[in-house]
Design a binder for this molecule. Structure first.
Ligand SMILES: NC(=O)c1ccc[n+]([C@@H]2O[C@H](COP(=O)([O-])OP(=O)(O)OC[C@H]3O[C@@H](n4cnc5c(N)ncnc54)[C@H](OP(=O)(O)O)[C@@H]3O)[C@@H](O)[C@H]2O)c1
Length: 330
């Protein structure tokens, strides 16, 4: 292991806005953990972009290395479950927020947060999926657990060009679902259709209305946006449909009545991707197998570590699509 390596560290800034810069660190500068990982790939998620601007004070202690997911090989471990050279995946469990995360050549994390690389995926594929792909897989897992099947009817993905949305569109299409993709980007139709979307729904379709129920359109939905969009989804989901809510890109508050629940039996399922390890194993095995997306290379923008600050700004400005993956040079 190298004595010193490069990390992108966030420092407390004025007015609560963190300041990020590349620094040279040693392994003992990282937050504690039993496993040191030579990072192969990390990525930029919505939460990383928010954390870096200080929104909602996602990061409360500085300095901190962001990056809520990473893949790589174990460089050293004091925990007997992991040996040098093991390929591993880490996401959630507070990395990149409460503890140092993946935006570094070497990461040090708690052994309980480390998962062996799922069989059937390589490190790049697992990083293109990352926390976002896991979230998409978790939504589908719970939707199918609640009865959703390809023959049930069209499934809508909102925030469809985003990281979770892009993987969800691809995953659903590969699994045989009819996929509708909602986007606010005027030029995204070709991209979304190339991932398997059957229909494009313009974001402005989801308007507030005084009605408690509207024409049923969806057998299920994977919702990144929240806010008024979630209220509209509940009103337009067919009987026994399943809506998964995992994001608030468009707002946290929404208006709804109980009528979709009591007259149509619509189910609303909350998704928190920071799942216990046993569920991660189950869902990652599906993602690598039955749910496997087909177009990961179309979803991924693979960039160098040096491009991280600009890529983070693009994600914040809603100017990126798919997943932004950082290939770590060593
Ligand atoms: N619950 C969990 O465990 C969990 C896990 C992962 C992510 N999340 C949350 O899920 C959301 C999406 O995450 P992500 O990683 O996919 O983010 P992302 O890659 O930044 O994508 C978000 C997408 O949402 C749409 N969007 C952005 N701003 C919007 C706005 N103001 N109004 C309406 N739509 C907007 C955009 O899609 P279009 O331009 O195509 O409309 C954007 O590409 C975030 O809120 C994130 O915090 C939660």
């Amino acid at each position: 292991m190298k004595k010193s390596f490069t990390a992108y560290r966030l420092f407390a800034g004025e007015n609560g806005t963190p300041q990020g810069r590349f620094v040279e660190l040693g392994v003992n500068d990282l937050s504690p953990g039993e496993v040191v990982i030579r990072v192969a790939f990390t990525s930029i998620n919505y939460k990383d972009a928010l954390a870096a601007v200080g929104t909602n004070r996602i990061i409360r202690e500085f300095p901190r290395i962001g990056g809520i997911d990473l893949t790589g090989e174990v460089a050293a471990s004091t925990d007997a479950r992991f040996r040098e050279g093991d390929p591993v995946v880490v996401h959630g469990f507070g990395i990149g927020v409460e503890f140092d995360g993946g935006h570094t050549q070497y990461a040090r994390v708690a052994a309980d947060s480390v998962m062996p690389l799922p069989a059937g995926l390589d490190l790049l594929e697992a990083s293109i999926l990352g926390a976002a792909g896991y979230t998409a897989g978790l939504c589908l897992h719970w939707m199918e657990h609640n009865g959703l099947r390809p023959e049930s009817g069209a499934v809508l993905v909102t925030g469809a060009t985003g990281g979770v949305g892009s993987v969800a569109v691809d995953m659903l299409a590969q699994r045989g679902y009819t996929v509708a993709a909602m986007t606010g980007k005027a030029d995204a139709a070709d991209y979304l259709k190339s991932l398997g979307a059957d229909h494009i729904v313009v974001a402005s379709t989801a308007q507030a209305s005084g009605k408690p129920l509207e024409k049923p359109l969806w057998s299920g939905a994977i919702d990144a946006v929240g806010g008024e969009v979630l209220g509209w989804l509940l009103r337009t989901t067919q009987s026994d449909g399943v809506v998964t809510s995992f994001g608030n890109a468009g707002g946290a508050e929404f208006h709804a009545t109980v009528l979709p629940f009591i007259l149509r039996g619509v189910k609303l399922i909350g998704i928190n991707a920071n799942s216990p390890m046993a569920l991660r194993h189950e869902v990652w095995a599906k993602i690598a197998g039955a749910y496997r997306p087909k177009h990961l290379e179309r979803i991924a923008n693979v960039i160098d570590f040096a491009q991280l600050p600009q890529a983070m700004a693009q994600l914040r400005d809603r100017a990126s699509r798919g997943r932004t993956v950082i290939r770590m040079q060593h």
